[in-house]
Design a protein around this ligand. Sequence first.
Ligand code: ADP
Ligand code: MG
Length: 348
Amino acid sequence: MSTITLGILGGGQLGSMLSVAAKKLDIKTLVYSDDQDAPAQNFCDEFIFGAYNDKEKLYNFAKKVEVITYEFENIPFETLNELNKLKIILPKPSINRLIQHRLAEKDFINKLNIRTTRYVHVKNKQDLLPLDDFLPGILKTTTMGYDGKGQYPIKNIDTINSLDIDFSNEYILEKLVKLKKEISVIITRFNNNKYEVYEPIENSHENQILRYSKIPAEISKKIFFQSKEWAILIAEELKYIGTLCVEFFIDRNDNLYVNEIAPRVHNSGHLTINAYNISQFENHIRAVCSLEQIPIKKLYNAEMINLIGDQIIPYRENPKLDNNQFLFDYLKKDIKEKRKMGHLTTLK
Ligand code: ADP
Ligand code: MG
């Protein structure tokens, strides 16, 4: 019998799916979230509702677990740092601090001689005015952004005046890439040169939110190998433990760029639950809990569609599924526009 209890910071759908994967491995889960209605409480063994700066509740959380991980990157570094004095946190808090800051993240990637979009730091409106060279571009908050939140597309200098940009935040301005395609590579690293890497996944976004993913990605052999190689290089350089996702852009000339890194399991990898012998979630648990590394094997090609906002309703009312289809309802209390409510995976 296992006696390991894994603490998970964050109680969204990723926390839910991590909890389900843990159960299969006889690992107990304790989820901590600042959302009283966090959906992961439907799937974990125990749940604590508390703010990410509530020292007492966080201390009680840490006392009850052997290892701590997290399901989203926007957790204050201070919180992770304090918890790390009590228990092991994987991936390491320093990795999260690096990746949660878009500027530090991109500087790190460029130092590895990996291509990113062109970018520049922007602290105020005056900084923007001489940046014609970076337009059309996207202005993004350096921290706390996700699913396109905190982003302003800027076509030309004239649009800057019409935008109501909140300069209490810092930004980076990124040159817009003429996208042919987006892909992601998910990798779980266990130790030095010990990792499992999933094949590249092709992703489509609508309004900067992931809508659709599929394997195999329709990409050249060169991109197939280069994207995997870059993901491995990033994971090794970070000495990462757990599952990580690298998001890539491919431009119209078939150049590959790293868009961003997610220090966690990733929405594009939900299809690994049904398409592989071991999912990204199970592999994350295996890595952070020091369980056995098992070689991954693709069992099926697959596609996954996110159910956003009220797109979940027909599936809730009448889930007519074929036997190669798998519906995941995240059991979120309120249906909200732009909110990921569930997903549907179809095996091919
Ligand atoms: P988030 O943290 O919200 O996921 P991303 O930087 O990944 O932010 O942006 C979300 C999506 O917006 C991308 O997947 C892509 O479709 C589009 N996007 C972002 N930056 C660029 C860019 N520089 N060029 C072209 N498309 C972009
Ligand atoms: Mg992204």
